[in-house]
Design a protein. Structure first.
Length: 108
């Protein structure tokens, strides 16, 4: 049985006043919604840039995961139509490279 991650899209939920973290959640009904909690820096004297960077990091995680699934879907759709290519003196086995990338991307 292979492991499956929570289906995309994911989103960063608005911060809650009484929580020292930001929540990353799935949006697809019937899937696990809780993905991760990203700790918000709350120590005394925390600079605002650190809080902003933490928010940006949480949003970056979500964008990467969501675009990752889009790329996997696009590669799977393109694979049957891709042939090998020559660029200069280098031969690219594109369909083989696509297959290897998909194996890595899916964690197979």
């Amino acid at each position: 049985m292979s492991k499956q991650h929570t289906r995309t899209p994911w989103e960063v939920k608005p911060e809650e006043v009484d929580k020292p973290y930001m929540r990353i959640r799935g949006t697809v009904c019937g899937s696990r919604f809780k993905i991760a909690n990203v700790l918000t820096p709350v120590y005394e004297g925390v600079p605002e840039w650190e809080v902003e960077e933490t928010r940006a990091n949480a949003e970056f995680i979500v964008r990467c995961v969501n675009s990752h699934q889009d790329l996997v879907d696009a590669l799977e759709a393109a694979r049957p139509f891709v042939s090998d290519a020559m660029v200069g003196s280098t031969r690219y086995r594109l369909s083989e490279q696509i297959s290897k990338i998909l194996v890595k991307a899916k964690g197979e």
